[in-house]
Design a protein around this ligand. Sequence first.
Ligand code: SF4
Length: 788
Amino acid sequence: MNQTRDSIKDIWGERTPYKGENYPVRIDERTIEEPDHWVQSACVLCSTGCGLDIGVKDGKIVGVRGRGVDISNYGRLGPKGLYGWIANNSPDRLTKPLVRKNGKLVEASWNEAMNLIVEQSKKIIDKQTGLGIGFYTSGQLFIEDYYTLAVIGKAGIGTPHMDGNTRLCTATAAAALKVSFGTDGQPGAYKDIDDTDCIFLVGHNIASQQTVLWMRILDRLAGPNPPKLIVMDPRKTATAEKADVHLDPLPGTNIPVLNGLLNLIIQAGDVNEEYINAHTVGFEELKKTVAQWTPEKVEEISGVSSEKLRMAAHILGKTPTLLSTALQGVYQSMKATAAAVQINNLHLIRGLIGKPGSGIFQMNGQPTSQNTRECGADGDLPGFRNWGNKEHINQLAKLWNVDPDIIPHWAPPTHAMEIWRYAEQGSIKMLWISGTNPAVSLPELSRIRKILEKEDLFVIVQDAFMTETAVYADVVLPAALWGEKTGTFTNITRTVHISHKAVEPPGEAKPDFDIFLDYAKRMGFCDKDGNPLIKWNTPEEAFEAWKECSRGRPCDYTGMSYAKLTGGSGIQWPCNEKHPDGAVHIYTDGMFNTAIEESESYGHDLITGAAHTEKDYKAIDPRGKAFIKPAEYIPPHETPDEEYSLWLTTGRLVYHFHTRTKTGRAKELYDAAPDSYVQVSEEDAAALGIAEGDMIEVASRRGSVTQPARIGGIKKGVVFIPFHYGYWDNPERSRAANELTITEWDAVSKQPHFKYAAVKLSKAKEGVLHKIGEALNMVNDQPQKMEV
Ligand code: SF4
């Protein structure tokens, strides 16, 4: 065994202080046996996208090591990256297709399972067109999988009902980028950390979520001329502990705080008028809107002290360079897009964008969610095209050689929350869920379970494990995991990595790409000339097809190839004739993608979400200038009252990813954080007579969970529950945070609100059981529990 450090105990490793060029390489490695060879890949356990090599011995993964040449991590890996691969070797991997017979899931051949899916698909399409079929995918597949799925859905079946769990994690990132800059695409680069004078982390506990990015920030903080750090988070996280200024707003009050900061910066005259005049529209309206947000008013609404707000505004107003990030504390909260846009506004009014040290990361949570959006496997069209722009539809129709009318573009694409509602109401009859676990990750789980149980809904689940969702499926398709298939994916900083196949998948499990391709063939999808719609047979051919789709669009991949991505670092898009080695920054000339021909959307009203039309947009087309859009504060839809007197917020832990289907199967990660909990402030715990470790029932109007109490580190009046924990390894206790959350979503991005709900706490009674336990027992011949 070779282990460069114990990353469970020493999460971020030793410091390598620096500033500017040449971030020192530090190779992190963990292998349990000496590999006989190494295979190039990148980590798929968060959106950082760290380059790594997979160590293989006798056809089995035995470890990983960071890639020193990779610009994303320079060799570093965090605990999830160093341990998460163990899930590939888990004894409870799905190895055979399952179909439901007489109420039980039983083993079947691929032929039987796929024929059943095809038979159902054809029956539904004959009766009610493609509108009867929905796809709910992931932020964890590869470009090749997503693009194939997108073409099947949009040009084969012609359904607008396609989305991913990216709706839960990054829909607001995409929406905010479109609102301000015309299209999706992150303006920042990790390199900005090397040069910046100030880092502003908004609703982003980076120390837990992106451990390797946090290492880079810690290394800057330990080096010469460290940047100032401002953190906005209601909890005193490991990130917040390092802050020069920690702003701790109450749930749902991001807009007052951000408006207050903008107001102070404008009042102090710390704006770049030249940049504003040359490259933006809308500044005067912003100035008017934020004028009412005095520090005192911000304090009254958000609980953030006026003194701290002034300190933060002074730093943000004077800093010569600025790197800002936002994540779920913004995206899953009230008026998410409007709040995320205020961060873009901050950079625009200061002219701090598109240059070294100044960037914005409207972060992604998952490793490949950028690609779900780029490739059109969610509600967007491939290549950041606008569903309302006929020319964009014609481009896709020409590329795929299909009639433009089959591509759904008569109305906005159906977002995930609506897909589930249509399934609930009965108009969607078949739901194909790939690489995600909505029975733990969606809000208001009792409702989701009822939908999955519906007799008239045919549910397909494509996954590597028998998840809490898979137990409700009519057909379960065993999928290969990372390391068992080849493909590419893109991290937050537009860096594309290739992940080569290192080992064979277990049993009869197949890559997602092969499953989608098989479905397309069996369905006989054709183009206008009667040739197969999907014209590629290998991941590399799919990548070449995707490159053509991206040609001339902001996310231009045409200068990349599998060969170019192999051997060195990941490459940042756009990569084309103009940028043969990729581009570190975009928007360097202050020209944005807002011209009507380019724009990915005609925009929305930030408060109501009402979509603007082509005619509306023509009247305001800024022809390459960025939009500065202000937003008024709207209070959350559910607030604490006499009965439910506390705010609930949910979030992540450093050792786990999503619903732990992978990280929960790595013994060391499991042991590091084996169970959920409810975090309560000292004041609230004292008032309620709660001691550390007491079992507490947390109830909202939608359900209840029972959690051990953890006391301290959180604002009075707010409680926190990590969202990772479901039932596959503990079916006996109701503990999934989403039993409590609310079915509400942001008006623009349609991202659900996981960051606020009103709850009450009481000491738990004995015997709090959960119905999911019964569902798990229905699974035939499948391991019920993991062995750790
Ligand atoms: S920071 Fe993210 S991508 Fe990097 S090793 Fe950790 S989990 Fe993997």
